[in-house]
Design a protein around this ligand. Structure first.
Ligand SMILES: Nc1ncnc2c1ncn2[C@@H]1O[C@H](COP(=O)(O)OP(=O)(O)OP(=O)(O)O)[C@@H](O)[C@H]1O
Ligand SMILES: [Mg+2]
Length: 256
């Protein structure tokens, strides 16, 4: 079956420093895959190459078999690749629903985004209904009218996920969703994400420093180190591999 996402020999350097050295990965439809590795390994850079935020120096990215290597960010998004950010990127004064509404309008691409920015675009009933559907899915319905600044970081992360889900991704890239969350919040996030993913069936590529999260959430994992893939396979085996245990797990735990 054609994979949901395939990246072949992705290369990226920053002023002569190699950040990604021929990285090749594959994510099947509906699969949950981990991407781990120490700080500076190139994980976020890889995401940005997949999304088209960064221009690759070489290699190829395919979404459902289609070569998107030369497409801009919004065209790739329309073809079904979504993301959440490593650092939370939300507007403190805007409400939870407003965040999803902007995402919905971007998806529809009806050219009225500028009106939203100056507060003129009044949401239509069907737009609100779609936002509320996603909020319901994520257990955020009660918080729809709350400004983001009143939410815990854990709920804020879920809003980010909700915003990504508005674009109906076939592949969702999650960049350290547990960052800044405590154990209970991380467990709650993993639980909700798992439920929504099983229900909707999109694929997930998860970058995480939280070992438990990666171990329980993903079935397969890749390990990136200094821009190169060093181990890949079933998550259980990857986590237990000598290479990862000695070289990375210490680092990963400290980095939490
Ligand atoms: N825009 C940039 N300009 C120059 N160098 C960059 C840029 N972005 C990333 N790098 C470098 O590329 C390497 C990979 O960084 P990247 O942020 O992708 O790592 P990461 O695996 O996401 O790390 P972390 O776990 O800390 O988030 C690092 O050496 C970083 O300094
Ligand atoms: Mg990163």
């Amino acid at each position: 079956m054609t994979p949901a996402l395939r990246a072949i020999d992705v290369k990226k350097s920053f002023s002569g420093i190699v950040a990604l050295d021929n990285v090749t990965i594959e994510v099947a439809e509906g699969e949950r895959v981990g991407l781990i590795g120490p700080n500076g390994a190139g994980k976020t850079t890889f995401f940005n190459c997949l999304l088209g935020v960064l221009r690759m120096d070489g290699g190829k990215v395919e979404l459902a078999g289609e070569d998107v290597s030369r497409l801009p960010v919004h065209r790739r998004a329309r073809l079904g690749i979504g993301r959440t950010f490593q650092r939370i990127e939300l507007f403190p004064d805007s409400t939870v629903r407003e965040h999803l509404l902007i995402a919905e309008r971007t998806r529809r691409g009806d050219g009225r985004l500028w009106k939203d920015l100056v507060g003129l675009g009044r949401p239509k009933a069907d737009e609100i209904a779609r936002c509320d559907e996603v909020l319901e899915l994520l257990g955020l319905a009660d918080l729809a009218d709350e400004p983001i600044e009143r939410l815990s970081l854990g709920k804020g992360r879920l809003v980010e996920v909700g915003r990504a889900l508005m674009t109906e991704p076939k592949v969702l890239l999650l960049d350290e969703p547990s960052s800044g969350l405590d154990r209970a919040e991380t467990a709650a996030l993993a639980q909700t994400l798992g439920e929504v993913q099983s229900q909707q069936g999109f694929a997930i590529l998860l970058v995480e420093h939280d070992v438990e999260f990666v171990s329980t959430f993903t079935t397969r994992a890749y390990v990136l180190d200094f821009g190169r893939l060093i181990v890949e396979g079933p998550t259980r085996e990857v986590m237990a591999s000598d290479e990862v245990r000695t070289a990375y797990l210490g680092d990963l735990e400290v980095a939490e």
